[in-house]
Design a binder for this molecule. Structure first.
Ligand SMILES: CC(C)(COP(=O)(O)OP(=O)(O)OC[C@H]1O[C@@H](n2cnc3c(N)ncnc32)[C@H](O)[C@@H]1OP(=O)(O)O)[C@@H](O)C(=O)NCCC(=O)NCCS
Length: 258
């Protein structure tokens, strides 16, 4: 499997990883987490949710650590005004993270802001009403014009596009989903659309629907001056062989492997 820890201007790497049952204990992943993350994990009511959160955070740290040439435990996050995490003391490496139904997606770039969102496609009752509440009229109409069997998937494609955009700007849910639209969205993997922020001078945000397995929708938002080169990679906890080595040395060694 090709893996690449080098980012050039215009590159965006998308990492997907799935939670692996038992990994938290067997790989001692808990030791990578900060006290804040452990506290947050403890607030989840079931062990499954706790482990899911810890696994996501450990995997996030593991992949980012490769780009930073540090041990996963030494990745330090800071939070923006609306909670967008970024890497403290390293402005160049930008990332966005999303998880749904056991699937984790991490988008990484050098210098460019970006947002990623993944959602497990599921049946949403009253989808027409929800669309009217969270979408602009033309988006809701486009959804409503679809046959029922296409509507659910299309809703999640639109939703992930909208979430990816508000995550890219860092505003999160403080930004109304009705304040912008995703025009001519095609509900297809591999398509790109330009975000329309009516009344604002063109901000140049693009959204790309990512290729995912059938039961997930995923989108990436970015505003690079030129179209980015998007590369996708899978990642697995067993890729990590760190136990017997000096962590720093080992990460440097593996970072050279392309
Ligand atoms: C960011 C947000 C859109 C996430 O959407 P989601 O589909 O529920 O969750 P996702 O898995 O896609 O994304 C979660 C990740 O987004 C990132 N994130 C959090 N706030 C973010 C923001 N303002 N901008 C960009 N990314 C953000 C974090 O990496 C988070 O990972 P974590 O759960 O491990 O901390 C949404 O939760 C949000 O706006 N949160 C901000 C806080 C807020 O308004 N809370 C309302 C509580 S009622």
């Amino acid at each position: 499997m090709l893996r690449n820890w080098h980012l050039s201007k215009g590159d965006i790497h998308i990492w997907s990883f799935r939670r692996q049952p038992g990994a938290i204990a067997s790989r001692q992943l808990k030791t990578w987490l900060s006290s804040d993350e452990l506290e947050r994990a403890n607030r989840f009511v079931t062990q499954e949710l706790q482990e899911g959160f810890m696994c996501s955070r450990a995997y996030l740290r593991a992949v980012l650590s490769k780009y930073l040439f540090v041990h996963p435990a030494d990745v330090v996050f800071k939070l923006g005004l609306y909670g967008k995490p970024s890497i403290a003391n390293e402005e160049r490496l930008r990332f966005s993270f999303s998880h749904s139904g056991g699937m984790n997606l991490l988008a990484v770039s050098a210098h460019a802001d970006l947002g990623v969102d993944v959602e497990k496609i599921r049946t949403v009752p009253n989808i027409n009403e929800i669309a009217l509440r969270v979408c602009q009229t033309d988006e809701a109409m486009a959804l409503n014009s679809l046959a029922d069997d296409q509507k659910q998937e299309a809703f999640f494609r639109l939703w992930t596009a909208k979430e990816a955009f508000v995550k890219a700007t860092g505003q999160g849910l403080s930004r109304s989903f009705q304040s912008f639209s995703v025009p001519s969205f095609h509900f297809q993997n591999g398509c790109t659309a330009i975000i329309d922020e009516a009344g604002e001078s063109s901000s140049g945000w693009r959204v790309h629907w990512l290729n995912t397995s059938g039961c997930y929708a995923a989108a990436l938002a970015e505003n690079l001056s030129d179209r980015p080169t998007i590369s996708a990679f899978d990642w697995h906890i067993d890729d990590f062989q760190y136990a017997d080595l000096d962590p720093h040395e080992q990460f440097l060694e593996r970072a050279a492997v392309v």
